[in-house]
Design a protein around this ligand. Sequence first.
Ligand SMILES: Cc1cc2nc3c(=O)[nH]c(=O)nc-3n(C[C@H](O)[C@H](O)[C@H](O)COP(=O)(O)O)c2cc1C
Length: 206
Amino acid sequence: MNKKIIALMVIVGIIVIGVGIYWLQNQETADQDTPIQENNDGEENSVDENDSSIAIVYFSATGNTKQVAEYIEEATGGTLFEIVPEEAYTQEDLNYSNDDSRASLEQNDPNARPEIANTIDLTSYEVIYFGYPIWWGDVPKIILSFLDENDLSGKTVIPFCTSGSSGITTSIETLKEYRPNINWIDGARLTPSQSSVIDWINGLDI
Ligand SMILES: Cc1cc2nc3c(=O)[nH]c(=O)nc-3n(C[C@H](O)[C@H](O)[C@H](O)COP(=O)(O)O)c2cc1C
């Protein structure tokens, strides 16, 4: 075979291999566009990096609801907001065995509306995950303070709670009765387990 033809074939071969390598590298970059994270159980989940329509709002006195809220933040890419009490709850305040503790007194007073230290602006959010601990089977009164200060009419709000054992049903009834103009989605009692939180979110019909 003519030397010129052989040289031409070598050049064409090099170009074909070069284009192939370039294409393969681009494919790898495209695959990385959807971030993948592993949860604590070693399962992989696709993560919505930043969903500007979702907010996660929570009150947590001892950290359980906060942990769940952070898992929801990670799984949805939403923005996290903490309802911060003007006066932090001490361990003694939270003593439910004492009828005179701050939490007991607040819970037994229908007009109690504990003050909130921070302002949370939810006007730009359409879907709100709304978390709280169960106190005596119901929402802590600061949750009602929050609903007094924030008009969530027409928004989709998904309640979630943590508790020792009580379910979420009574608290959802309270919320629906207090603010009937909110589009309440039936929420759930959750435990601070990332995989169960992700399963719950994936099963929501929203
Ligand atoms: C004042 C008070 C009342 C509570 N009442 C209940 C209750 O009625 N039923 C229940 O299962 N757990 C009850 N608990 C337990 C909390 O719901 C549970 O520990 C929750 O996960 C705390 O959430 P947090 O760490 O986000 O504050 C109560 C806790 C406190 C401090």
